[in-house]
Design a protein around this ligand. Structure first.
Ligand code: SF4
Length: 316
């Protein structure tokens, strides 16, 4: 099948637009939307530092490359990368290796920040201490606080993540299903910066996951294709399946969910404004409560460990 825009052979059918596209026009199609999204989310004034949360996977590696390229003409804007090391021995070291190589190739600053330094626990230790818990419920909280703190310490004005269209639509559905309107209101790029929180930038939020994958392959962007051993236990998986089925039946569903959400965002912001933030009594990070969620979880882990140390070993 030829490309809808030239006579080159098509590499993909974009089902939601009904277009067959060749490699060149597909890449252009992705780049145009990412560029538009970056400029929609940030009004550059010069002097900005943008930290990308780079895991080494396809989404964050593509985000790093595209931000670096889109902002290359602006010598007054700097892109750097921060890799959060969750401490998952069977998975993370390979991602760090890819992230490091990518940053070296692009010539950008790269920082690796381990959970051990910020929350005092590796995820391997968390899983051993709390075997019945869903690991991502700890990891998600620890990653948010670690990335925010590292970005702030790096002097970043924005922290960019590799969140793609599928992730965004899944988060919207998950929060609707849980009735968590406050969290729903706070999804997406930050429109109202708050003290201590580095505003988020999400350049890939309109690009479907499969398109990010194809784009990275066509451009030869090196990325770690591994899967975290705990990902199967993530609740997000159920919403991914539901959304994939909806998209299969009605191409364009993910875009419709996100576009509908974006139209509601101003109403959410008015009706559910972000809460006033305090400094966490334990670590000083911004929180709506007295103690931040990351410190609450660390306290719970400490209690579990103390309890396990007190319990005598069972002799069979
Ligand atoms: Fe952390 Fe869960 Fe992601 Fe694994 S899948 S890196 S445990 S959030």
């Amino acid at each position: 099948m030829p490309c809808a825009r030239c006579n080159e052979p098509a590499v993909t059918l974009v089902r939601y637009s009904g277009q067959h596209l060749c490699a060149g026009h597909f890449c252009e199609f992705v780049e145009r939307r990412v560029k538009r999204e970056i400029h929609r989310q940030v009004e550059f004034r010069g002097g900005e530092r943008i930290a990308v949360g780079l895991s080494g996977g396809k989404d964050s590696s593509t985000t790093t490359v595209l931000l670096h390229e889109v902002l290359a003409p602006r010598r007054d804007v700097e892109v750097l990368a921060i890799t959060v090391d969750e401490g998952i021995a069977s998975y993370r070291p390979e991602g760090i290796r890819f992230a490091k190589a990518l940053c070296e190739g692009l010539g950008i600053e790269h920082r690796v920040v381990p959970y051990e330094e910020t929350v005092g626990w590796t995820m391997d230790e968390v899983v051993a201490a709390e075997p019945a818990a869903i690991p991502c419920s700890y990891c998600g909280v620890f990653r948010r606080t670690t990335l925010n703190r590292a970005a702030r310490e790096a002097g970043a004005d924005y922290v960019a993540t590799g969140l793609n269209l599928d992730d965004t639509a899944q988060s919207i559905l998950m929060n609707i299903a849980r009735g968590d309107v406050d969290k729903l209101a706070r999804l997406g790029p930050h429109d109202h910066p708050q003290p201590g929180l580095v505003p988020r930038l999400q350049p890939l939020r309109t690009i479907p996951e499969k398109e990010v994958y194809l784009y990275a392959m066509l451009r030869g962007i090196p990325f770690h294709d591994g899967t975290c051993p705990h990902s199967e236990r993530a609740q997000r998986g159920r919403f991914r399946e539901i959304l994939n089925r909806l998209e299969e039946d009605s191409p364009g569903t993910r875009h419709a969910i996100v576009a509908g959400y974006d139209r509601l965002r101003p109403l959410f912001a008015e009706r559910f404004p972000p809460p006033e933030l305090n400094e966490c009594v334990a670590c000083g990070e911004p929180t709506a409560n007295l103690m931040c969620k990351a410190c609450e979880l660390q306290t719970r882990l400490g209690d579990r460990k103390a309890q396990a140390d007190r319990e005598p070993e069972t002799v069979h």
